[in-house]
Ligand binder design. Structure first.
Ligand code: TYD
Length: 208
């Protein structure tokens, strides 16, 4: 919930995070939610992780080349990337009252680096030491076969994260997450059906 700071004249913004395996339609849903919020006169910032900064690009470039970094290096780079992102973009935007809609955040690290063998709970704790807790997070859930079909249809090849057994393991970690602010959304219907569920939850949880 946006709260009034005792010594601040304006409301703090809300952090809304979209999560799920590749091919679940996160970026489309973010753009539609941004339109809805902007039509209500709200400032909205949309962004994604890993970012295109130095640390995020190191992880992206390795995955695109088909070979991932070691798990230690991957965690290190992704934490550096997120630290910069929180400090330079996410927190300043929230402080001035903007809504921040993120395509992936630290739940991705729990799922993806967790599926690579890191301890999921330790990853959560490492992130929550510095990362703003989301007001609401949506886990867009679709059957794995559908996600694989959508990725194949995009036709731009697979990076080193996008293979079926690995994404199945990520899916299992997402489904075991129990944060009170995390909502599972069935995203195997139409774009409009999924967006309607998201807007309903935004109304219920954040009153907009
Ligand atoms: P992705 O959202 O697929 O980026 P794009 O659509 O721009 O290619 O993100 C790239 C990959 O990074 C994705 O497969 C998941 C992975 N990832 C992690 O492994 N850990 C993390 O903490 C984050 C944010 C992403």
């Amino acid at each position: 919930m946006p709260v009034m700071e005792p010594d601040s004249p304006h409301l703090r913004g809300s952090l809304v995070v979209f999560e799920g395996i590749d091919g679940t339609g996160k970026s489309t849903q973010i753009q539609l939610l941004a339109q809805y919020l902007r039509a209500r006169g709200l400032e909205v910032v949309t962004d994604f992780e890993p970012t295109r900064g130095k640390w995020g690009m190191k992880v992206r470039n390795a995955a695109l080349s088909g070979e991932r970094l070691s798990i230690e290096e991957e965690i290190d780079c992704l934490l550096q990337d997120r630290r910069e992102h929180v400090r330079e973009l996410i927190e300043p935007a929230l402080e001035r009252g903007a809504w921040v809609l993120l395509d992936r955040y630290y739940l991705s690290m729990m799922a993806y680096q967790g599926a690579t063998g890191a301890n999921v709970e330790e990853i959560r704790l490492m992130n929550e030491e510095f990362a703003t807790i989301p007001d609401v997070a949506f886990w867009l859930d679709i059957p794995l076969e559908m996600a694989m079909e959508r990725m194949n249809a995009r036709g731009n090849g697979h990076d080193a994260f996008e293979n079926e057994p690995f994404l199945q393991a990520c899916h299992e970690i997402y489904s075991a997450m129990e944060m009170p602010w995390l909502h599972r959304i069935e995203a195997d219907g139409t774009v409009q059906e999924t967006q309607a569920r998201i807007r309903e939850l935004i109304r219920e949880e954040l009153g907009v």
